[in-house]
Design a protein around this ligand. Sequence first.
Ligand SMILES: Oc1cc(O)c2c(c1)O[C@H](c1ccc(O)c(O)c1)[C@@H](O)[C@H]2O
Ligand SMILES: O=C(O)CCC(=O)C(=O)O
Ligand SMILES: [Fe+2]
Length: 359
Amino acid sequence: MAPARVESLALSGLAAIPAEYVRPLEERPTECVLKVKRVEDEGPQIPVVDVAGWDSADEEIKKEIRRQVAKASREWGVMQLLNHGISETLIERLQAAGKAFFDLPVEEKEKYANDHAAGKIAGYGSKLANNASGQLEWEDYYFHLLWPEQRRDMTTWPKHPQEYIDVTDAYGREIRKLVTKILGTLSSDLGVEEERMERVLGGENLEMQLKINYYPRCPQPELALGVEAHTDISALTFLLHNMVPGLQLFYEGKWVTAKCIPGALIVHIGDQVEILSNGKFKSGLHRGLVNKEKVRISWAVFCDPPKDALIGPMKEVVDESNPPLFPAKTFKEHTDHKLFKKAQAQAEAQAAKKLNQST
Ligand SMILES: Oc1cc(O)c2c(c1)O[C@H](c1ccc(O)c(O)c1)[C@@H](O)[C@H]2O
Ligand SMILES: O=C(O)CCC(=O)C(=O)O
Ligand SMILES: [Fe+2]
């Protein structure tokens, strides 16, 4: 059965969200981000790193930037990059194109519907219930391969607006350059050669997937989640959004809301870099909240190794006092294992809930 689009639900004007979208008590946001009075100015904040001098001739400037990127990756697993080199105009055009696609009526977007059952994840989609609890997220999305160029199937990309393909392609090329810079910085910080991590992650065959997350207005944002708590299975994830707050990072036992900083590009360390570094760099737990007043849109680029790449702690970061914390697995095995574990945990939670209700 085709999943219901969250946008259609939101537009139907319902006052209470369907039960499948109501999160268990312990998962619900404790406050509704938009209503909270400058909560983001209090307590720890996601590190902000100005990388304007990344290519500077001054070695000290470069060293300081690299130090800050590595520190954020070790302590938070996420950072907001300023002056990353992607032009404001390109970002505006990318966001205008994604928004123009989502501004189409749902019936038009359905022409791009993906087909999970047939293993086709590219296209327009909404989360499918993967267990008995049927727990859903308050979002629709568009997902497609962005890189490498020769493996892309352009028939899976939106044809409307006309600009979509050129501008999304141009953005992908810019992100690919940043991938090399960040992996180089992180490799050096671990004391391995600069190209090492990128090579293990596939080099020319490293893949990038684009997911545009579309979070419609929600009548009961305090009960729902746009994206449930997770770490990204990627090596790195690059994230832009439309300046509506919603992203939260779990840090020192609390959910910290990401500040909306104009021009900033959010970078997440994903599971693959955590594994390669044997846990020196953290894959941060994060989630997405929704709100009553505004549609939120985010653009996530997941940078992944090829499916058959074997990823385990690099030998240089393992010794007698630092034994491997992760078994080596192919990227496909890692993905399957994580999905399986998630479905299993949700099924167990549902069984426990039923047991509680019957006693
Ligand atoms: O290649 C990737 C890497 C990632 O880190 C992720 C990904 C794909 O997709 C996840 C995703 C996609 C579609 C859905 O319906 C989801 O519920 C999740 C994404 O969350 C991310 O982990
Ligand atoms: O929308 C966001 O800010 C987060 C999205 C996210 O975490 C994801 O797509 O993996
Ligand atoms: Fe994520």
